[in-house]
Every structure is written in structure tokens, then in C-alpha cells.
Design a protein around this ligand. Structure first.
Ligand SMILES: Cc1ncc(COP(=O)(O)O)c(C=O)c1O
Length: 318
């Protein structure tokens, strides 16, 4: 099943070359190192439109830039800005673009030198752009398959960096899953334990408890994963057991759901042609989804610190 793709408009404001520019005015050489060798890192941040307040609520903004900075450090990418400055730049782009709909923010930092030769030396570039983004996947029940592609091991390409090159692994697995008629792929680690989905972390409900693979299962340590663990503990009194998960536990689970900025909270109702639980979205995923969206749209004062509001009532002239 084809997944929705969201296109960026050339007319939108972006940040590139340490200034605000129209996205369509940015040009990159085909010799750009990051393009040739995948030597870049990125983030995906969501801003939710809050109709009643006329604001965009930017979700977990600082957390995303803190992870971005760590990803950059691992790849020896020098950022021209602090985390605070990156947050400010992002808010300014949103103010300029003033989208009155759910929006995705894509910060990208990459090796910008235009020379042939694989290493991690040379100058870096930072770009930030936005695209409108509704639901990336269905939120009522996904059909998934365990992929024959294994998740890239952390000591091959660091799993906890959102490194552009490592998304070839993701693309191969998603492509194979879609061609076989599934919505998404679930990766196993080289050792055969459950890792994560294509671009989302995975949770299981078994015997009344919540389980997710540990940070050592070659996962990206998801910001939504942390948010969901917080909600489950605070609101449902369910602490999460972070432990190795065997493949067939997926088949035995009462509920399985995926979490991510793009995926949000997406229940999995079928894995490898076997129903998960009843084959319908389960009560835990359903409750967490409801709590998550309220917090993400800035509608639950208990989670006010999860989002930063941006007033977008007045749209600036283009
Ligand atoms: C490989 C991978 N795992 C997990 C996630 C979920 O991370 P987050 O919740 O921080 O978006 C993502 C990205 O969204 C991802 O690309």
C-alpha cells in the first residue's frame, strides 16, 4: 500500500547558508559529499495546528534539536548554532510560512564539501525546511511483515543518529513490504530480536504489561517512545519493560503499536498474516493515542511543556 508523500513548496521559507531563503532558491552541487556518501543527519519535528487558539504547537522542539546535536557530534558535523538558536530559527520559519495545518519540520545537516573521497572531514551545511503533513500512515490498524532486511547494527552505522545514509536500510525494507502488500516492515536485529519498524519504535502489550525493545536493539531512541512511556506510566499506571523481544512474541501479543513523529501512535493489527489480538485496535493503543494527540495539540495543561506555541493568525506577505 503506497504511503503518502508530502511535497515541500519552492515558495516556502527555509533556512540555508545561515540565512532565511525561499526553498526554491537553494541549489546544491551533485558533488556534495552528503549526497554522494550519505554523510548527513536529520530530524523530523511535528507542529500541530490548534484551531481554537490559532497556534501551531511545536512538539518536543528542544528534544529534537538535542538529538540532532548528538547525531552531528557522532558524524563530526559542525553546527553553526546552539540548540536554543536552532529552536528560535525553527519558530521564525514557521512564523514566516504561517501554515494553518499540521506541519512537519525537517532540519538537515550534512558534509557539504564538493570533492570525491570518503571521510568525515570538511565543512558542513545546515538546512531547515517545512512541509504540510497530515497522517503519514493509517491510525486504525496497520498490516506489517517482519522484514528479511536486518536493522543496520549500531556498530556499523550508529542507530541512534538519524543518519541520512542509514535510511537506505529503511527504504529497502519499506519497499519490500509495500511490494508484498503490507503497510510497513518490522526489523529484527542481527541477533534476531525485534528492533523497530521502518521509521517508528515498537511497543507490545502482553499479559497487561507494556514492553518495548531496549536502546541496545539497534533502535533510534525515539522521542515519541519516551513520550508514550511517560503517558503510560502517568496516566495508565503502566511502566514499560525495556527488554529484548523475540519475533514470535509479536504473534502472541495482545496489542502491538508503532510510535514516531511521522507515524504518531499507529496500532498494528496484523503481522506476517496473523491477527494481533482481536485484529482490531486495542484499548491501550486507543487510550494512548487519545492522550497523545491532546498533549501534542497543546490541549492538556498537564503536558504544556511538551509543546511551544507559534501564533500564525496573520500570514506574512509573499
Ligand atoms: C528509524 C526510526 N526509528 C524510530 C523513529 C521514531 O523516532 P521519533 O519518535 O523521535 O520520531 C524514527 C523517526 O521518526 C525513525 O526514523
Amino acid at each position: 500500500m503506497a504511503r503518502k508523500a508530502f511535497a515541500a513548496s519552492d515558495a516556502e521559507w527555509a533556512y540555508h547558508g545561515e540565512e532565511y531563503v525561499r526553498l526554491g532558491d537553494v541549489r546544491l552541487s551533485p558533488a556534495t559529499h552528503g549526497l554522494n556518501y550519505g554523510t548527513g543527519v536529520f530530524e523530523g519535528i511535528r507542529a500541530y495546528w490548534n484551531e481554537s487558539r490559532g497556534t501551531l504547537q511545536v512538539l518536543k522542539l528542544r528534544e529534537h534539536y538535542e538529538r540532532f546535536e548528538k547525531s552531528c557530534r557522532i558524524l563530526h558535523i559542525e553546527l553553526p548554532h546552539t540548540v536554543d538558536e536552532l529552536c528560535e530559527i525553527t519558530l521564525e520559519i514557521l512564523k514566516r510560512n504561517a501554515p494553518r495545518e499540521d506541519t512537519y519540520i525537517r532540519p538537515l545537516a550534512y558534509k557539504a564539501i564538493e570533492s570525491v573521497g570518503v571521510n568525515l572531514r570538511g565543512d558542513s551545511e545546515l538546512s531547515i525546511f517545512t512541509v504540510p503533513m497530515g497522517n503519514y500512515v493509517e491510525l486504525t490498524g496497520l498490516r506489517c511483515a517482519v522484514s528479511s532486511w536486518r536493522r543496520t547494527a549500531d556498530n556499523a552505522i550508529p542507530a541512534r543518529t538519524k543518519c541520512t545514509g542509514s535510511y537506505v536500510n529503511t527504504a529497502l525494507a519499506v519497499d519490500a513490504a509495500h511490494r508484498a502488500g503490507y503497510d510497513d516492515a518490522i526489523f529484527l536485529t542481527q541477533a534476531g530480536f525485534v528492533s523497530e519498524a521502518s521509521a517508528a519504535n515498537i511497543f507490545l502489550v502482553r499479559k497487561g504489561g507494556l514492553i518495548t525493545p531496549p536502546a541496545t536493539a539497534d533502535i533510534l531512541e525515539g522521542i515519541t517512545r519516551d513520550a508514550v512511556m511517560e503517558l503510560a506510566e502517568r496516566e495508565l499506571g503502566m511502566p514499560t519493560d525495556k527488554r529484548d523481544v523475540g519475533r514470535t512474541e509479536l504473534y502472541a501479543a495482545d496489542e502491538v503499536f508503532l510510535t514516531g513523529t511521522g507515524f504518531q501512535i499507529a496500532p498494528v493489527t496484523e503481522i506476517d498474516d496473523r491477527k494481533v489480538g482481536t485484529g482490531e485496535m486495542g484499548p491501550i493503543a486507543s487510550r494512548l493515542q487519545e492522550l497523545y494527540f491532546k498533549a501534542a495539540r497543546g490541549e492538556n495543561p498537564d503536558y504544556a511543556d511538551w509543546t511551544v506555541p507559534v501564533e500564525v493568525a496573520a500570514r506574512t506577505a509573499r
